[in-house]
Write a protein that binds this ligand. Structure first.
Ligand SMILES: NC(=O)CCC(=O)C(=O)O
Length: 280
């Protein structure tokens, strides 16, 4: 097995999970998100995570209307705000997700910005959320979005981070692939709902960030943005209200987990294997 990346120099830092209220007013959503990020940075957060669809109420009717073409600065205010605030505050931002328009297609996309404001990674949701639970919930993202075709691991000032978007969390193969690449933390911007929200997959260091629950709309958000530690323990969590969860990430706990529970050595490569098609 290849050596895992070492624990980064900044091994203890504050993370902020901004559980934002999302409204039909995109400009307002951008202003509020910017305020929450600045506030979190003032409180010492070095990494800020936003929810899935933080600029757009999660509904099929809205995705196309709220979409942005990231190559056109004039029509991508969400993208520009994240880049500018990452730079002005000198922090890393996992920018939740927004609908992305590219080459005539729509994607559910998370942009990651470094402390210099540069885009350092872009994850397009790999597993689109199609569900039909008669009498409870019916939703078909694949009617609107094209799925991404690759996993995303990004090297940041605060470690090696894997990115998944909401439904991606249900596929342990993706998180196992990230684990096999030695990520320190997996960030899952999400917008779970009231029917399925409790059934989350929690593994390694995981940060999930949801929108706050709104009193209107047909898709009722679950909330509960959470930071889970490397032993599966819940370090910090929220209810369904608008709030920011600020908690400490301590990567030295990864070392402790690797030593006390050497799962990497216990793997049975003779009976199963995670194949990483994207690793050079
Ligand atoms: N927005 C989503 O991907 C929702 C995923 C979800 O609720 C699930 O149960 O999976």
């Amino acid at each position: 097995m290849a050596d895992l990346p070492p624990i980064p120099k900044v091994s203890k830092f504050k993370i902020a999970l901004c559980q934002l209220k999302v409204t039909m007013d995109k400009a307002q959503n951008i202003i509020e998100a910017c305020k929450s990020i600045e506030d979190a940075a003032q409180k010492g957060a070095m990494l800020v995570v936003l929810p899935e669809m933080w600029n757009c109420p999660y509904s099929s009717d809205n995705f196309s209307r709220f979409a942005e073409d990231f190559n056109d600065r004039n029509t991508s205010p969400s993208f520009m705000m994240l880049s500018e605030v990452a730079h002005s505050q000198g922090i890393t931002i996992v920018g939740g997700s927004v609908p992305e328009r590219c080459g005539g297609r729509l994607y559910n996309t998370s942009c990651v910005f470094g402390a210099d404001g540069k885009l350092i990674a872009k994850h397009r949701k790999v597993h689109l959320f199609d569900i039909n639970m008669p009498g409870e919930i019916s939703f078909k993202e694949s009617d609107i979005f094209t799925a991404g075709d690759k996993p995303t691991v990004v090297d940041t000032d605060v470690g090696h981070i894997g990115i998944g978007i909401c439904h991606d969390i249900r596929f342990p193969e993706l998180s196992m692939l990230y684990a096999s690449r030695g990520v320190h933390l997996i960030c899952y911007p999400g917008a779970f709902n009231m029917s399925t929200g409790e059934a989350l997959w929690e593994l390694l260091f995981v940060a999930t960030c949801s929108p706050a629950r709104a009193s209107s709309g047909s898709y009722i958000i679950w909330g509960h943005s959470t930071l889970v530690g490397p032993f599966g323990e819940i370090i910090a969590t929220a209810g369904c209200e608008e709030t920011t969860v600020i908690a400490e990430v301590d990567y030295s706990m990864i070392q402790l987990r690797r030593e006390s529970l050497p799962l990497e050595k216990q793997k049975r490569g003779d009976i199963y294997k995670v194949v990483d098609y994207f690793m050079d």
